[in-house]
Design a protein around this ligand. Structure first.
Ligand SMILES: NC(=O)c1ccc[n+]([C@@H]2O[C@H](COP(=O)([O-])OP(=O)(O)OC[C@H]3O[C@@H](n4cnc5c(N)ncnc54)[C@H](O)[C@@H]3O)[C@@H](O)[C@H]2O)c1
Length: 122
């Protein structure tokens, strides 16, 4: 990563994302956060970081944030194993179909790098 780059951090208002955004911002990297704030908090973000509130699976939002980005750090997810049993469709959408939409949009906008965490709940 170079300070000349702009990176998109999905889930940047979450626990892991908040730390990643703070570290990138402190290093001088231009960061845009895409987060629907379903479990995240905007007050985790350092002053000056742009927050776009929306879903990872929303093409209109992706078409706004992806052009020109050097890469995506993908940390948007639903992470509770018990909740995933209660709400399987919400988890399937957030953790599977939204990611397929993200990958398709990245390919179309020539965003070459994806950094994805593993799951906390494999
Ligand atoms: N916390 C850990 O110890 C840990 C360890 C290893 C991997 N991970 C993985 O890192 C990722 C983030 O975990 P976390 O603990 O920070 O979770 P978190 O719930 O704190 O953060 C997830 C963020 O994603 C956002 N989000 C959820 N679905 C979204 C969607 N469809 N579109 C846009 N934003 C959405 C939420 O609002 C939240 O801000 C997960 O994939 C998790 O499995 C976490």
């Amino acid at each position: 990563m170079s300070v000349a780059d702009r990176w998109v951090v999905t889930g940047g208002a979450g626990y892991v994302g908040g730390h990643v955004v703070a570290a990138l911002h402190a290093a001088g990297v231009d960061v845009v956060v895409l987060d629907d704030l379903s479990t995240g908090r905007a007050d985790r973000l350092p002053r000056g970081v742009r927050l776009v509130r929306g879903r990872v699976g929303d093409r209109e939002v992706l078409d706004d944030v992806l052009p020109g980005a050097a890469g995506v750090v993908h940390l948007a997810a639903l992470t509770s194993a018990p909740d995933s049993v209660r709400s399987p469709l919400a988890y399937y959408r957030a953790n599977v179909t939204d990611v397929v939409v993200l990958l398709g949009a990245m390919a179309e906008h020539d965003v070459p790098r994806l950094l994805a965490s593993s799951s906390a709940a494999v």
